[in-house]
Design a protein around this ligand. Structure first.
Ligand code: FE
Length: 339
């Protein structure tokens, strides 16, 4: 580890947890080093399976996504990282836009992961799918009244809607998809209608949105389904259900957690192997069940708990649009008073 790396490590040491089979700085030539904003319990079983099957060791370091991206920038070509993993296409796109990924387009990745879940230039690949859809009170809402994200902007939901803050990347990506599907003008009307319908100031977390519905503060909201999964695991009788939005139109807004091979990887071949492994049927089955997400590989069945929520049509917008339209989405939400 050189001086530059040491300095950058020190700067953000407080937010990073180094967790690896061996220390990151002692990575051997054929091992792969991963920086990950996904938590250790979600990635460790996958890396262990990869090592067992290939003999290639994985060293990893977890931390906040933003801090890891800054670290990659500071480390430049001295970085130890061969791969960066994070959540949300908006974050993956940003990493790519900063020149921190290299293009990897292999036949294995193309056949395992559908095109809309991968960067068109091969900079990153989606590895798990999260659906952001409507959650509603089964006590106060007739699901026959639900239909689309746009419908939540109409008068019938006045004072009945709870939403997560516009500062969260999930909201930015959703707003980007509304712009992509409806155009800027109509998207502005939809966002403005949402704001008019809010029962309360936007919530800090998806779990708070559901708690607000349970407390009777509002009747409907938008959440990533794995948060619903966590709540129902703790409280199986909670009077809440998921509704698949936009089934007669564009489909449910989905997003990914994913990864890319870093621009300055010293072991790009090993990192590519790991990326392909993570897209394989074996790894995808583990991946989906760990966080109650959906496999990105469409040939792999969802975990039983997740399957019980029913199947749905996904929005096929290429997720690079979540990044390309992110600045427009932020501007539009500001303009319409979505805090
Ligand atoms: Fe999340």
């Amino acid at each position: 580890m050189n001086v530059k790396t040491l300095i950058s490590s020190a700067v953000i040491f407080s937010v990073l947890t180094v967790s690896s089979v061996t220390a990151v700085q002692a990575a051997s030539d054929d091992s792969v080093t991963v920086y990950s904003s996904r938590k250790e319990h979600l990635i460790k079983p996958l890396f262990e399976a990869f090592t067992k099957d290939t003999g290639i060791k994985v060293d990893y370091l977890t931390g906040k996504g933003g801090a890891l991206i800054e670290r990659l920038k500071l480390e430049g070509d001295n970085t130890q990282a061969d791969m960066f993993m994070t959540v949300d296409a908006g974050n993956l796109w940003y990493t790519g836009s900063q020149g921190l990924f290299q293009s990897v387009q292999t036949e294995t990745l193309k056949s395992n992961i559908p095109a809309h879940l991968r960067d068109p230039n091969g900079l990153w690949t989606g590895l798990s799918v999260r659906a952001r859809t409507i959650v509603y009170s089964t006590e106060r809402v007739d699901p026959a009244d639900l239909s689309t994200y746009a419908d939540l902007s109409t008068d019938k939901w006045k004072g009945k809607l709870c939403l997560r803050t516009s500062k969260k990347i999930y909201t930015k990506s959703l707003a980007a998809s509304v712009i992509y599907n409806h155009g800027e003008d109509k998207a502005g009307d939809i966002i403005s209608g949402w704001v008019d319908n809010l029962a309360a100031t936007p919530n800090a977390k998806d779990s708070h949105v559901m708690n607000a519905i349970l407390a009777g503060q509002c009747d409907v909201g938008l959440v990533n389904t794995y948060y619903y999964g966590r709540l129902i695991a703790k409280n199986p009788n909670a009077p809440l259900k998921l509704f698949w939005a936009n089934q007669d139109t564009t489909g449910v807004h989905v997003n990914v957690s994913g990864a890319g091979v870093t621009k300055h990887a010293s072991n790009a071949a090993g990192a590519t192997k790991l990326l392909e492994y993570l897209s394989s049927a074996k790894a995808q089955a583990i991946y989906g069940s760990l966080n109650k997400e959906y496999p990105a590989n469409q040939n792999v069945a969802s975990d039983d708990v997740v399957s019980a929520w029913g199947s749905f049509k996904q929005d096929k917008m290429n997720l690079s649009q979540a990044g390309i339209l992110q600045a427009d989405a932020v501007k539009l939400m500001q303009l319409k008073g979505y805090r």
